[in-house]
Write a protein that binds this ligand. Structure first.
Ligand code: DGJ
Length: 730
């Protein structure tokens, strides 16, 4: 059991292979966070909290009720509330029916059970067997509002990850307004932490940015209605000195695809409080008597040995304890997507000519992207009208799918389910089905409105229309796109007191439709997408085991984007395609070899007009297809190591995969921007030091030398060159 409760010390100790998390119940019922970090071997941890209540201006609790030293402002509260003298950023704010919002959380009892909790209607990590994880539920009462609060902890036995979630049940007879309900609150008794977050925008997602925490609250988040291109819902706190391979690091990753907020409060007494959850801006939940609200899960991970190890923990957890279904374990098909080949200008003949070429090259699935429905010849019309355009596809989706099957390939189709164009039959029939606010003209983005996914009738419609198409044809794969952020967030179906729930309910509606599709079509592979990687988050990964990483398909740019993405998301989740050269986004030319080497770092595919390629490029594709199958195990199931940081070294980048049994190694090295460098060695990691490895030309290497002195990559490279070294244990 990875969770211990010591009745004498009233301390919970949650342990993973290399980390511990400790919580103490004080005699007054307050819960204190004693520790999150290196593994501890005792529950006698009373020296880990501060008994000093007389700091100036800090209110102390009424005498008699509490020890004289207790001040909320100095206590490492396990789940901080508000209004009783804790002035740091808080985790919870509830408003009582009388309009006030003082909360006071006290322990009631707890439950420790084998297996991992799940959360109704919300994605969450899971245990494959009950011995993979244990659950602690701490039941507490807000003695001020009367609400019951449950704190959930999932502790993975073989991964250094601890999950958190929270629910509130209104056990009173009056309504309670939830104004903030974060999913976790953790206190670090130190002030020497760096924060790394991942900013971006369209075509430039997940750029790592690290800075020492200043005093005050440092926060990142999204108010865009989706997790967003702009900041990813993942943050690392690390010791100032921590590197890729050394030092303590903690990760916070929210399993949620909507608005979110991470706050790190370095307060003046020298502690850091980290709080993460749904963004309280424009959020609220009206909780009637008897109702329960669940906040989404945060996955926390810890590494005592650098940020690289933290990433590998997330990779394994998300690959095997978050992604689900048939496609979690089996080899994903190499696909050809027609978007950058034809955009919306295609007919069946053109599509089949690309598919025929693809099948001859060994590509396994054809994906028809945007433009197949309604009157969609550009992006101004037709989203919502999900019936086939027979002018382009006279035999319909079914006819096309059959012809693609006839070529020995699988078939996939694009949808953008959550939006509708004003020029569409759906909008004309149901103008009130969009998110909108009375008397305010709804904004357009990419000529789209947002469908009100908080409404059950809208979700039913979307589910039915998608399911009908999937039933009508042999469809193996769906690309689920979403090309704008939310504005005028109001719903015609909700009463005024529930309008603050709309953005949260919107995400629940999307999750519901995804789940219903997976229930009916369990073998369907759904790829997530949002104008590239605008909704690349663990919430989506629960339904869509791969996500289109970015609309920037340029190989050199993709190195940055895939590097940033790798801090938390596994290679198997990063959809990556070889596209045309010169690249459509950047105009840069790159060799087929480099485009292939970079795209092979993810869920692999092509996105270009294969009928226009030279024989040499086609031969290169044949080899890449073989390599993808050869390297599948090491890339998709292996351990991933970042060897050269492309942001600090603008010239070179290198990364490495090592198979779980250390018998296979794949190193990729790319010259991103040429510089003369006669000598180049790169140290490898994770090998068997006692083993001898052999490359594809029969040259042998000592595992110990590769890790201690490095792999000799010296050579006369040209701009954009790349090399790939595949080593096998002899
Ligand atoms: C945005 C996606 O990221 C692209 O791959 C493509 O599907 C377009 N949308 C189609 O409109």
């Amino acid at each position: 059991m990875s969770i211990i409760f010591n009745q004498n010390t009233k301390t919970f100790l949650l342990s993973t292979p290399n980390s511990s998390y400790a919580v103490k119940i004080l005699e007054n019922g307050y819960l204190l966070n004693l520790h999150y970090g290196a593994k501890l071997n005792t529950t006698a941890l009373d020296e880990l909290y501060v008994r000093y209540g007389s700091a100036s201006f800090c209110p102390v609790m009424p005498s008699g009720e509490l020890p004289g030293w207790f001040s909320q402002d100095l206590a490492a509260l396990e789940y901080s509330s508000c209004g009783r003298g804790d002035f740091r950023t808080n985790a919870m704010q509830l408003r009582r029916a009388d309009g006030t919002s003082v909360s006071d959380l006290r322990y009631v009892n707890h439950e420790i059970i084998a297996g991992k909790y799940s959360l109704p209607r919300l994605p969450a990590t899971y245990a494959n067997t009950d011995d993979e994880a244990d659950t602690l539920k701490i039941f507490a009462k807000d003695v001020s509002s009367g609400a019951d609060i449950t704190l959930y902890y999932g502790v993975f036995a073989n991964r250094d990850a601890i999950t958190r979630a929270v629910s509130v049940t209104n056990t009173t007879d009056k309504p309670i307004e939830i104004e903030k309900l974060a999913s976790c609150c953790v206190t670090f008794n130190r002030d020497d932490l760096d924060m790394t977050s991942f900013w971006g925008h369209w075509a430039k997602e997940r750029t790592p940015e690290r800075r020492p925490l200043p005093h005050g609250v440092s926060c990142v988040g999204s108010k865009r209605g989706s997790s967003s291109h702009y900041q990813n819902p993942f943050v690392i706190l690390s010791e100032n000195e921590a590197s890729e391979t050394a030092g303590e690091a903690w990760g916070f990753s929210l399993v949620w695809s909507g608005n979110w907020l991470f706050e790190a409060d370095l307060e003046s007494h020298g502690t850091v409080r980290a709080v993460m959850g749904v963004n309280p801006t424009d959020f609220g939940w009206h909780l009637e008597a008897g109702e329960t609200f669940y906040a989404p899960e945060v996955v926390m991970a810890y590494s005592p040995s650098g940020i690289g190890e933290l990433s590998r923990t997330y990779h394994k957890l998300y690959r095997y304890n978050l992604c689900r279904g048939k496609w979690r374990n089996i080899e994903r098909p190499i696909l050809i997507n027609n978007w950058e080949a034809t955009y919306m200008d295609f007919n069946e003949e053109k599509l089949l000519s690309i598919a025929k070429e693809a099948s001859e090259l060994g590509i396994e699935m054809f994906v028809l992207d945007d433009g197949w429905f309604g009157k969609r010849n550009d992006d101004t019309t037709s989203n919502g009208d999900w019936y086939v355009n027979r002018e382009k596809l006279p035999d319909g989706i079914d006819g096309l799918a059959k012809k693609i099957r006839g070529l020995g390939m699988r078939f996939g189709l694009w949808f953008e389910p959550e939006t509708v164009c004003p020029i569409s039959e759906l909008y004309r029939a149901h103008p009130d089905w969009i998110l909108h606010v009375p008397d305010v003209a709804p904004s357009l983005a990419r000529s789209e409105y947002i469908l009100d996914m908080s409404r059950a009738d809208v979700c039913d419609y979307i589910y039915n229309v998608m399911a009908e198409t999937i039933r009508s044809a042999d469809i193996d794969y769906i690309k689920w796109d979403f090309n704008r952020n939310l504005s005028e967030v109001g719903s015609a179906a909700l009463e005024p007191k529930r309008q603050k729930e709309v953005s949260f309910r919107f995400v629940l509606g999307t999750y519901d439709v995804l789940q219903r599709l997976l229930d009916e079509f369990p073998d369907l592979l759904i790829e997530g997408c949002s104008g590239g990687g605008g909704r690349f988050d663990p919430g989506m990964l629960y339904y869509t085991p791969q996500i289109w990483t970015s609309d920037d398909t340029d190989a050199i740019e993709r190195i940055d984007i895939q590097y940033g993405t790798s801090f938390v998301y596994p290679p198997s989740s990063m959809s990556a395609h070889v596209s045309a050269s010169p690249n459509h986004q950047t105009g840069r030319s790159s060799s087929m070899k480099t485009r292939g080497n970079v795209a092979m770092g993810g869920a692999f595919g092509y996105e270009l007009d294969l009928t226009q390629l030279s024989q040499e490029d086609k031969n290169a594709i044949r080899e890449q297809v073989k390599d993808y199958h050869r390297f599948y195990n090491v890339v998709q199931n292996g351990d991933y190591y970042r060897l050269i940081n492309p942001y600090s070294n603008r010239h070179f980048c290198a990364w490495e995969y090592v198979s779980p049994d250390k018998s296979e190694v794949l190193v990729t090295f790319v010259v991103m921007r040429w510089t003369f460098r006669a000598v180049k060695f790169v140290k490898l990691f994770g090998l068997d030091g006692d083993a001898v490895y052999e490359d594809e030309n029969g040259k042998t290497y000592s595992g110990q030398v590769l890790m201690s002195a490095g792999l000799n990559l010296s050579g006369g490279y040209r701009d954009g060159d790349s090399i790939r070294i595949y080593l096998k244990k002899k």
